[in-house]
Write a protein that binds this ligand. Structure first.
Ligand SMILES: Nc1ncnc2c1ncn2[C@@H]1O[C@H](COP(=O)(O)OP(=O)(O)OP(=O)(O)O)[C@@H](O)[C@H]1O
Length: 609
């Protein structure tokens, strides 16, 4: 186990031998708690008689944006480079209990302190820093709601707040956040992956008691509170930013959450070697800011992550495992967790994913997250997304492999591994294209897309999956009330998978497709699965460019609209290939495994009996 320097922790891992037993259907992922805000913030402005019309826009704006420093001038009304905040009157305008900003947790007056290095000049500014009863210059009405911090015309969503720092005995506190960068050009705002950078907001309150009330309110909203000693108590040489955290003052003691402890499994080869830079450069600072205690383990070989996940002592990482890399490392960790002696324990541990691979399709499609910073924020905020797991059997030595995104058999992508280094994220395209050129005998007349999915989830439109998110505080098992839940039955924190009701599968519907013509039968056979009555197969006789079109459309999620694509939802499917041109391997979440014959892919083998 190769460890890279990080935040220290206590216990060592204990190894356990584990044997695959059965598939479990749901895993929990740390996910964007409130999702990303495309048009994110709705600010219920107080009614003042100036309102016109049903909706309008308030122009609020980040200005100087000094990254990483205190006293940052972030949102300043009426300045250049606009950050638009929608106000929807009649929905939330003027109503402080608006759903759009949640409920009010605390309110009062706050003044944004824009000076840099206030702590360094503590002595000179002692009166202002400590002074009770000093007038709060520039103070504005402010409130902390269950969804955002609002001061004046400015709104900072809680989902973008990493932590709050408070120096004992002072009347100011600092909010550390990673808001979306709104200084970029207009056209860049439409990109799917928002650019974020750190901004610190130092707020002055009228008294130190008031500051503690504010900080406590943040703690109640599950924000990590970084309690620091009074600047004069610590060594004068020590910069404020280097002060060691102290125990919270008595007023905050029971409100502050404990620092989460997690294991980070980092594949240094992912994304052609960029994962280390991504983690240590972009992501680790966020975790440190949020008080995380991390043990970072760099994988040394393929299969290392699986071994780690199957044997790690969860008491050393009770808050979860963070995978840094691509789909391969996530799949390894998943398989490691599901092959533990105690599978219930295996699925109870949340997995966080920092996308640092070349493709990252899992985190993109399941969580709707594309960039590492948003992914880290999601982990910090502690949301969980429950997702289905499928199990594929039919491998040598009776092994079962688990996956979450896709399994593909025989066709196309077996070249992709060879092309990984050379073509990176384009390897699937290049490999697929070359393979297509090499297999003129494959022709597609009709294509059957088999989706393994729960009946409830099947009612959900695919793009909404990223909203299928809940926020869970593992310690208190507090459920977020405001967040949208679709068909997701419930958290799986420390229990068996829970369902609103037992899954009810549709009556088995046999599917009849036109069979292959006799002369081409050797190329592809179909196999009826008696368990589900489904029928799977490719059929020859038409033109092969349909394969290309299908796969191109697949990339953009439009393949189901093709007239020659049939679509069926099943819980289990058995596929048997025939013909000398088929490849005897199966890809699961992008990883290839050698096959032993027919494949059975099941969402939940135990319920298929
Ligand atoms: N230290 C290592 N050296 C070589 N291979 C490794 C190492 N650690 C993990 N692997 C293997 O590397 C493979 C690819 O890893 P991963 O998926 O994380 O990155 P990627 O291929 O760049 O991303 P993506 O799968 O999203 O395209 C995995 O199958 C994993 O088993």
């Amino acid at each position: 186990m190769q460890k890279s320097g990080s935040v220290p922790r206590g216990n060592s891992n204990s190894l356990r031998v584990s044997v695959p037993t059965q598939a479990l259907r749901r895993m929990g992922f740390c996910s964007p708690g409130g999702g990303q805000h495309a048009s994110p913030i709705v600010f219920p402005e107080k009614r003042n008689g100036k309102a016109k019309g049903l909706s309008r826009q308030l122009v609020v704006n980040p200005t100087s944006g000094i990254s990483g420093g205190d006293g940052v001038d972030l949102f300043k009304a009426k300045s250049v480079g606009e950050h638009r905040i929608d106000i929807i009157e009649g929905v939330g305008g003027g109503d402080e209990k608006s759903d759009l900003l949640g409920f009010i947790v605390y309110n009062g007056k706050l003044a944004l302190d824009k000076r840099r290095n206030v702590d360094g000049a503590y002595g000179k500014n002692r009166k202002q820093n400590q002074g009770e009863g000093t007038a709060l210059e520039g103070g504005v009405d402010a409130k902390l709601t269950s969804k955002a911090l609002v001061w004046g015309n400015n709104v900072l969503p809680l989902d973008e707040i990493v932590s709050v720092s408070y120096h004992s005995g002072l009347r100011h506190f600092t909010v550390h956040a990673y808001p979306q960068n709104t200084k970029s050009c207009d056209f860049l705002r439409f990109r799917k992956s928002p650019k974020r950078s750190r901004k610190d907001f130092r707020f002055l309150t009228s008294s130190k008691d008031e500051a503690i009330q504010w900080v406590g309110a943040f703690a109640d909203q599950q924000c990590y509170v970084n309690c620091l000693p009074h600047p004069l108590v610590s060594s004068k040489k020590q910069a404020s930013s280097e002060l060691r955290p102290i125990d919270p003052p008595p007023e905050l003691l029971f409100r502050c959450k404990n620092p989460p402890r997690m294991l980070v499994i980092l594949n240094p080869r992912s994304g052609r070697g960029r994962s280390t830079k991504v983690f240590h450069g972009m992501v680790e600072p966020i975790f440190k800011l949020a008080g995380f205690q991390l043990e970072v383990v760099n994988t040394t070989h393929a299969g290392h992550a699986k071994t780690l996940a199957s044997s790690v002592d969860f008491s050393t990482c009770p808050d979860g495992i963070i995978c840094v890399g691509g789909d391969g490392i996530v799949n390894e960790v998943l398989n490691g967790l599901l092959t533990r002696d105690n599978q219930k324990e295996g699925i109870s541990i949340p997995m966080g994913i920092i996308p640092a691979g070349s493709d990252n399709s899992l985190v993109r499609t399941v969580l709707g997250v594309r960039d590492p910073i948003s992914a880290a924020l999601a982990i910090v905020k502690g949301g969980l997304t429950a997702t289905d797991v499928f199990a594929v059997s039919g491998f040598r030595q009776g092994a079962i492999h688990f996956g979450m995104t896709v399994s593909y058999i025989w066709l196309l992508l077996e070249l992709s591994e060879k092309y990984q280094k050379r073509f990176g994220p384009l390897r699937y395209f290049v490999a697929g294209f070359l393979k297509f050129l090499c297999m003129p005998k494959y022709k597609l007349r009709r294509c059957l897309v088999v989706i393994q999915i729960r009946p409830q989830a099947a009612l959900m439109p695919a793009p909404s999956r990223q909203n299928n998110v809940r926020a869970i505080d593992p310690k208190s098992k507090r459920l977020s009330s405001g967040r949208r839940q679709l068909s997701d039955p419930g958290p799986i924190w420390d229990a068996e998978p829970k369902w609103d009701a037992e899954p009810h599968w549709e009556v088995e519907n046999p599917i009849e497709l036109p069979g292959p013509s006799d002369d081409l039968e050797a190329d592809t056979k179909k196999e009826t699965n008696p368990e589900v009555g489904g029928e799977v197969g490719g059929h020859q006789g038409a033109v092969s460019w349909r394969i290309v079109i299908s796969f191109v459309r697949l990339q953009i999620g439009r393949h189901l609209e093709l007239p020659y694509v049939d679509y069926i939802k099943v819980k289990s499917v058995k596929i048997k290939a025939g013909g000398k041109h088929t490849h005897n391997s199966c890809g699961i979440d992008g990883e290839l495994f050698p096959l032993n014959g027919q494949v059975i892919s099941s969402l939940l083998p135990s319920s298929a009996d």
